[in-house]
Ligand binder design. Structure first.
Ligand SMILES: [Zn+2]
Ligand SMILES: [Zn+2]
Length: 143
């Protein structure tokens, strides 16, 4: 039986451990793809819940890590990481995307409200936000 110090405090009472993102099967971090980043709760300075997978062995991981640990994998050249959502922010190329413009979109849709009723056109107005990344990637999301 391994010896344990009697004064050991549960991990929850401390700052969460900041382990690097790592595939324990391949024993490397070279093939990791970050799937999602969420704000950690309870809030810890600079810490996030991160979900990622190794695209070689297809094994998924979830852990708490500092933003720097996540950025180390995200900012690696060569692997396209796509769009990530992070606490209401969208990230592309490892950086938060900036709102470039807001637009009011008018969507027309034909609807029949009553059975046997007439087909009529109804108009819906929605606010959208256009987000842009410095690489030129753009994305429109409902506000
Ligand atoms: Zn792996
Ligand atoms: Zn980009």
């Amino acid at each position: 039986m391994p010896a344990q110090p009697t004064s050991r405090v549960p991990d929850e009472a401390h700052q969460p451990p900041d382990e690097p993102l790592w595939c324990t099967r391949c024993n490397t971090d070279k093939h990791l793809l970050v799937n999602s980043i969420q704000s950690h709760y309870p809030p810890a300075p600079n810490m996030v819940d991160v979900a990622y997978e190794c695209h070689v062995c297809r094994y998924s991981y979830q852990q708490i890590a500092s933003v720097q640990r996540v950025a180390a994998v995200l900012n690696r050249p060569g692997i396209s990481q796509g769009v990530l959502q992070f606490g209401g922010q969208y990230l592309h190329c490892g950086e938060p995307m900036k709102t470039s413009s807001c637009e009011l979109r008018r969507i027309q849709t034909p609807l029949v409200l009553k059975p046997g009723g007439r087909l009529r056109m109804y108009e819906v107005l929605i606010n959208t936000r256009i987000l842009g990344c410095h690489c030129g990637f753009r994305m429109e999301i409902p506000d």
